[in-house]
Design a protein around this ligand. Structure first.
Ligand SMILES: NC(=O)C1=CN([C@@H]2O[C@H](COP(=O)(O)OP(=O)(O)OC[C@H]3O[C@@H](n4cnc5c(N)ncnc54)[C@H](OP(=O)(O)O)[C@@H]3O)[C@@H](O)[C@H]2O)C=CC1
Ligand SMILES: Cc1cn([C@H]2C[C@H](O)[C@@H](COP(=O)(O)OP(=O)(O)O[C@H]3O[C@@H](C)C(=O)[C@@H](O)[C@H]3O)O2)c(=O)[nH]c1=O
Ligand SMILES: [Mg+2]
Length: 282
């Protein structure tokens, strides 16, 4: 039995659709602000693998709540990994492009030095370090720009704003790979299964959608696919001030996915299916 931390999040919901028999622990059953409780849940349930799909993901708010975000994104995954090491099971942990500083234009390889620009990235990096230090079989999967038909994400924000406005300013100098939560969930399950059979696959992997685009480019694709007439105006990051700094270059080098026989999802296909799914629920 696979144990998943998270129930209502984008990735957790997609996991639940793909693997309904896994055990999903929401905030009520396992609060990540209590790392010991997370470790205790693993010891109590003795699963065959753990996937951590829960996190503090409010990038701007994290600047003011770094202590809380550190507990959830840093200390809880570390405690999970210690418990996984004890009982000899793999942990699949999800991390982010925001651990990098976004310099240059080349895709970041998994072993490229990290240098987060903000609190969210710092807390996620602490979680990565804790998972690696615990000695459990693990995959740290760094992904980026996650979207789905549920939860808080850029696609849903653009659909809401696009229906209200004729024009929308969107940054054009942050480049990355939008990644469907659905594809992340599939990859997590595959990694968990393969790690059980072959612990030598442990390591840090990048998993992002292709092709790389800007937030403005992504916004334009969303408006087109959704038949909204809202015009997207290209603006530089400097013209869109936010509490947290974000990396300009979020490109991730995903070639190591070959180890798991996985490849990058084309976000344009998943955008279509996401919009169909949203229409069905509207
Ligand atoms: N969203 C994105 O664009 C990106 C996300 N990631 C990473 O991917 C992973 C999945 O993200 P995503 O699915 O988008 O996340 P969401 O923001 O959609 O969901 C986060 C989940 O974490 C849960 N959670 C937050 N705080 C706690 C807590 N204290 N105790 C228990 N559960 C908690 C939330 O529960 P509740 O509903 O109760 O609040 C929610 O289920 C995370 O590790 C994230 O860092 C990486 C790159 C990009
Ligand atoms: C709503 C809006 C956003 N933007 C910009 C702000 C920001 O630079 C970019 C995306 O906005 P968001 O608020 O979705 O960005 P953000 O929440 O920072 O998204 C990040 O979330 C975390 C959890 C991650 O791990 C990252 O990979 C990334 O997905 O678009 C505009 O330019 N115009 C707009 O109207
Ligand atoms: Mg956000």
């Amino acid at each position: 039995m696979i144990l998943v931390f998270g129930q209502t999040g984008q990735v957790a919901r997609e996991l639940a659709r793909l693997a309904p028999d896994a055990l999903y622990l929401g905030r009520e059953q396992a609060d990540l602000t209590d790392p010991d409780a997370c470790a205790a849940a693993i010891r109590a349930h003795r699963p065959s693998a753990v996937i951590n799909a829960a996190a503090y993901t409010a990038v701007d708010r994290a600047e003011d709540e770094e202590a809380l975000a550190t507990l959830v994104n840093g200390d809880a995954p570390a405690a999970m990994a210690v418990a996984c090491a004890e009982i000899g099971i793999p942990l699949v942990h999800i991390s982010t492009d925001y651990v990098f500083d976004g310099a240059g234009e080349a895709p970041f390889a998994p072993d490229h030095p990290t240098a987060p620009l903000g609190a969210y990235g710092r807390t996620k990096l602490k979680g990565e370090d804790g998972v690696r230090a615990a000695g459990a079989t693990h995959a740290i999967m760094r992904t980026s720009w996650v979207f789905s038909a549920h939860g808080a994400n850029f696609v849903r924000t653009m659909l809401r704003l696009g229906a209200e406005r004729d024009l929308l300013n969107v940054v054009t100098d942050q480049i990355g790979g939008p990644t469907p939560a659905r594809a992340i969930a599939e990859a997590c399950l595959s990694m968990a299964q393969q790690l059980q059979a072959d612990p030598t696959k442990s390591g840090t992997y990048h998993f992002s959608g292709t092709p790389a685009t800007s937030w403005a480019g992504f916004a334009r694709a969303i408006m087109t696919e959704a038949d909204l007439t809202c015009e997207i105006i290209d603006i530089p990051t400097a013209a869109y001030p936010t509490p947290a700094r974000r990396p300009l270059n979020s490109r991730l080098d995903c070639t190591a996915l070959r180890v798991f026989g996985l490849s990058q999802p084309d976000w344009r296909e998943y955008l279509k299916t996401t919009l169909i799914e949203l229409k069905g629920t509207a």
